[in-house]
Design a protein around this ligand. Structure first.
Ligand SMILES: C[S@@+](CC[C@H](N)C(=O)[O-])C[C@H]1O[C@@H](n2cnc3c(N)ncnc32)[C@H](O)[C@@H]1O
Length: 232
């Protein structure tokens, strides 16, 4: 998929993202929890979408810069964050225009799984981070793939597509599955050290009607995998 495919369903995706289980009550609260106290920190939001995470980080006192490959998503982010927000259209699969050591943290929520090759993107995110800075990210949990596609090869880097309904609009999203060891190998190769791995339950304030039926006692389900990485 061309990364700008989000252009064709930007508003529908953004509306769903504001209130659905996966973004509003799972990915975003966990990204914010992992980020912790961000007051005064310079944070780059890579693949910012319509800017909900950037907005929440800014509300917590971070100085936020954000980019997305989709011009339509960046336009929505500008509506949300205002005309003075530091936003641009950029492709994480290409060299970034930001200088070396420009940020204390990078957040990359649910974007890396769109990319086949992680070596260039991770090297770029490492380059723009201060030494000791953090890359906080989420991806589709790689353990889901062999459950949904039991005939597939878990260990192979594989492109696959899935159908979604975003706010009434039917959409096909195309991802790259990679096994867990390939994920962590890519982090190490780019000069990151894993500080935290998280497989959280949904946020405590999730409305009961959004939760999947039959959750186990832990309240958790396989969904996204979160990492906090430190730039070595
Ligand atoms: C699932 S949305 C997540 C949006 C936001 N990070 C969030 O968590 O709410 C994925 C976003 O990644 C963007 N994206 C996909 N591939 C990209 C790339 N190569 N470079 C930059 N952004 C990309 C899409 O345009 C889309 O806005």
């Amino acid at each position: 998929m061309a990364t700008s495919d989000y252009d064709s369903f930007a508003r529908a995706y953004a509306a769903a993202n504001e209130s659905n289980l996966f973004n509003a009550y799972y990915a975003r609260p966990e990204m914010l929890r992992l980020a912790g106290d961000v007051a005064g920190r310079r944070i780059l939001d890579a693949g910012c979408g319509s800017g909900p995470l950037a907005a929440a980080l800014r509300d917590r006192g971070a100085v936020v810069t954000a980019f997305d490959a989709s011009a339509a998503m960046v336009e929505l982010a500008r509506e949300k964050l205002g005309p003075d927000a530091d936003l641009c259209v950029a492709d994480l699969g290409a060299p970034l225009s930001f200088p070396d050591d420009a940020f204390d943290d990078v957040v990359a929520s649910l974007v890396l799984h769109y990319l086949e090759d992680w070596s260039g993107p991770l090297a770029e995110l490492r380059r723009v981070l201060e030494p000791g800075g953090r890359l906080i990210l989420s991806v589709i949990h790689p353990g889901i793939y062999p459950i949904v596609y039991p005939e597939a090869d878990y260990f192979a880097l594989t492109r696959y597509s899935e159908d979604y309904d975003f706010d009434g609009q039917s959409v096909v999203l195309t991802y790259w599955h990679r096994p867990l060891h390939a994920i962590t190998d890519a982090f190490s190769a780019a000069g990151f050290r894993i500080a935290t791995i998280s497989e959280p339950p949904p946020a405590p304030d999730t409305p009961a009607e959004l939760l999947p039926p039959g959750l186990p006692e832990s309240g958790s389900f396989l969904c996204f995998l979160f990492f906090v990485l430190e730039a070595a």
